[in-house]
Design a protein around this ligand. Structure first.
Ligand code: NDP
Ligand SMILES: C[C@H](CCC(=O)O)[C@H]1CC[C@H]2[C@@H]3C(=O)C[C@@H]4C[C@H](O)CC[C@]4(C)[C@H]3CC[C@]12C
Length: 352
């Protein structure tokens, strides 16, 4: 429970259990009864969203005004255009990188349905134009693109400056792009690791620094798309995994500094499992046994996590959280389980 959202005088309260626990994913509010620990006869009720446990500030205020689940409706609110229109991200100014395809493209469509102002970026102008047209059709407050490569850190800064010129500020920075690499055994090419670090890591840091003044003004959100391969060493992805681990170091450390410095900008690191994007399917199908999760749902979970100012998002939950729990407590068991997931008979080195 986010008790900090309750008025100060109501914080020192004991919570009694809700009348009934709802199943995970079930939408709606749960009423919690709160009793003062000093004076148990002082009772108040508060309504809490059953999905994310964010409390409304008082019993008279509906939970619908306090969290995104109520605003979006059921978990797959993506299928509910009306729900998107009432969203908390309506009118918010958002940058999405790597939005010409895959998860980034799907995030742009969700934001469009929510009525956000969107600036998308990637290298391929033709694809970006199509995504912008679709965003406009879906109801974006405004949709723009800027094409360029993130191996150029000057371009990374230009993207942020374009948002400043277009929107006069920024509420959410979604860092999602990745540069090309290979799915195969490490070939000893350290130059490739360095080049990939520039695209997958240094451009993220550069954009963050450039956007920070605007995000401080808006009390905004930084959303960093990482991978289970950025928390756990997996085979066949050495250069990629290196860049994703770097993101964890940089952003987890920065988050702590923000807390110490009372900088009210949230940082959400997204730990993502295997997703059915064209590039991932093309690269690993036949080798990876587990089914790929849907990119549309993944994109919505990332946006929700950023909006709710979560430290980390785990999607799919079981495919990321369970390996992470095993990582520190039973690393040998995890290692065996992970290796069973790879069918090396079908393996051929592929460019991603
Ligand atoms: N799919 C999966 O299974 C998983 C994905 N993830 C993460 O999710 C995110 C999105 O992945 P996914 O949607 O699969 O990837 P895609 O390959 O579908 O999309 C990558 C995006 O990055 C852009 N891009 C590529 N190179 C550059 C560059 N040099 N400069 C700027 N933009 C570039 C691409 O556009 P263009 O080519 O036009 O530049 C594209 O828009 C990544 O951060 C990835 O690590 C994490 C775990 C699993
Ligand atoms: C197979 C891995 C999951 C292992 C497990 O048991 O949970 C996948 C988890 C992360 C995937 C990679 C990734 O992070 C995205 C890359 C993006 C590219 O588009 C292509 C494929 C990836 C290398 C992808 C491959 C599967 C995972 C390692």
């Amino acid at each position: 429970l986010h008790l900090r959202r309750l008025p100060l005088q109501q914080r020192d309260l004991l919570l009694s259990p809700p009348p009934r626990q709802r199943a995970e994913g079930e939408e709606g509010e749960v009423t919690w009864v709160l009793r003062s620990s000093q004076d148990p006869s002082t009772v108040m009720q508060t309504r809490v969203c059953s999905l994310c446990c964010v409390s409304s500030a008082s019993s008279s205020q509906p939970a619908a005004s306090c969290c995104m689940h109520s605003a979006l409706g059921p978990p797959l609110a993506a299928q509910d255009p009306a729900g998107h229109q009432n969203s908390m991200l309506k009118g918010k100014r958002v940058i999405v990188t790597g939005a010409s395809s895959g998860i980034g493209e799907q995030m742009a469509y969700h934001l469009a349905k929510m009525g956000s102002h969107i600036l998308i970026t990637a290298r391929t102008e033709e694809k970006l134009k199509k995504v912008v047209a679709q965003c406009t059709h879906l109801g974006a407050a405004s949709a723009h693109y800027i094409a360029g490569s993130m191996d150029n850190l000057t371009f990374a800064k230009q993207v942020v400056h374009k948002a400043e010129n277009l929107f006069g500020g920024l509420d959410m920075l979604i860092l999602n792009h990745i540069g090309h690499t290979y799915f195969g055994y490490f070939d000893g090419n350290v130059d490739h690791v360095r080049d990939l670090l520039k695209i997958n890591f240094l451009s993220y840091a550069t954009m963050t620094v450039a956007a920070l003044p605007m995000l401080k003004i808006s009390n905004g959100n930084i959303v960093v798309v990482s991978s289970v391969a950025g928390k756990i060493g997996l085979p066949l992805t050495v250069p990629y995994s290196t860049t994703k681990f770097a993101l964890d170091g940089f952003f987890s450390s920065l988050r702590m500094e923000f807390i110490q410095q009372k900088t009210n900008v949230s940082i959400t690191l997204c730990i993502i499992s295997y997703i059915d994007t064209d590039s991932a399917l093309k690269t690993v199908s036949g080798v990876i046994q587990q089914p790929a999760a849907p990119k549309e749902e993944c994109a919505l979970e990332i946006i929700k996590g950023g909006f709710l100012r979560k430290r980390e998002v785990y999607y799919q939950y079981h495919a990321t959280k369970i390996p992470l729990l095993l990582r520190d407590w039973a690393p040998e068991i995890l290692q065996s389980l992970l290796l069973m997931n790879y069918n090396m008979d079908n393996f051929q080195r592929k460019e991603v």
